[in-house]
Design a protein around this ligand. Structure first.
Ligand SMILES: [Zn+2]
Length: 281
């Protein structure tokens, strides 16, 4: 079970961060190359704070984390705020997902925002070589996500790909095969394919599920510097602004969380380097 606490008033909502990423080409690419050990949501949070404070984006760590690397946080530097999961125990009378546990005690994951991280330029000390950008492999990602790529059999020439349960198919002549792969994999991870089958044509209605899948594809394309982010961006912007001006509220906060988490899962699943977890404490 997960509970999201309301972030501090000066911390932007996930939907606001996502709209920022949609409207600022290059933001995700920069955030991913600087902060790829962190979740996409935290990458965006870190990036926005760096921009607001005029800090050069780069490796980040906690105070003790930098100490362990032989570096010291400079006097007077303010920590960046990131979101971190913590496991909590609670005993309450409310019905909950895990009440089957004995004596009514159960654990849940809460997400809290804490000011604990510093960019390398806020520190001094031993030289530090930033970790290399991990490479990403589609086959590895699909295997890790338990998604099977099957042969494309649709006869509709407009169809770019489709997703059925945990299977996806990509049209061999799709315009941007990796973008379609991200989009269809997103439908699976977002849970859409347990609701209905998906065949994506140029005429697919612009409903929220399509925007969710397309936003995941945009985040993945841009993080990995693959062609297609612009196409996704145009689609989402069209949906966000039916008339004039962008409406950040058009993406529900819950959808924004799902989008960021799904993109994160796809990116982590395909990494060729051993997984390095987000440094929490
Ligand atoms: Zn779709």
């Amino acid at each position: 079970m997960e509970r999201h606490t309301n972030p501090a008033p000066d911390v932007p909502k996930w939907s606001a961060l996502l709209v920022e990423a949609v409207n600022k080409p290059g933001l995700i690419m920069k955030a991913y190359s600087a902060f790829h050990h962190y979740s996409i949501g935290n990458q965006l949070l870190a990036m926005i704070q760096c921009q607001l404070r005029g800090l050069e984006p780069g490796p980040i760590n906690t105070f003790p984390g930098w100490q362990a690397l032989g570096r010291c946080v400079k006097r007077g530097e303010r920590a960046l705020i990131l979101c971190m999961p913590i496991t909590r125990k609670s005993r309450d009378e409310e019905a909950s997902a895990n009440t089957d546990e004995a004596n009514g005690e159960h654990t849940y994951t809460a997400f809290v925002h804490k000011p604990r991280w510093f960019v390398i330029t806020q520190t001094t000390g031993d030289e530090f070589a930033p970790p290399r950008m991990p490479e990403w492999d589609a086959d590895r990602a699909l295997a890790a996500l338990d998604i099977e790529q099957i042969t494309f059999t649709d006869t509709d020439g407009n169809c770019q790909g489709y997703a059925r349960k945990r299977q996806i198919a990509i049209n061999p002549v799709a315009q941007l095969p990796h973008k379609t792969l991200f989009h269809e994999a997103a439908h699976v991870i977002l849970g859409h394919t347990t609701e209905a089958d998906f065949t994506d044509t140029e005429r697919t209605p612009k409903n929220l599920r399509e925007v969710e899948a397309e936003a995941v594809a945009m985040l993945c394309c841009e993080a990995l510097n693959l062609e297609g982010a612009e196409y996704c961006r145009g689609y989402i912007q069209n949906w966000l602004c039916p008339a004039l001006g962008y409406n950040g509220d058009a993406i529900p906060e819950k959808s924004a969380q799902k989008i960021l988490r799904s993109a994160d899962q796809i990116l982590r699943a395909g990494r060729l380097q051993p997984e390095q977890d987000e440094q929490g404490e």
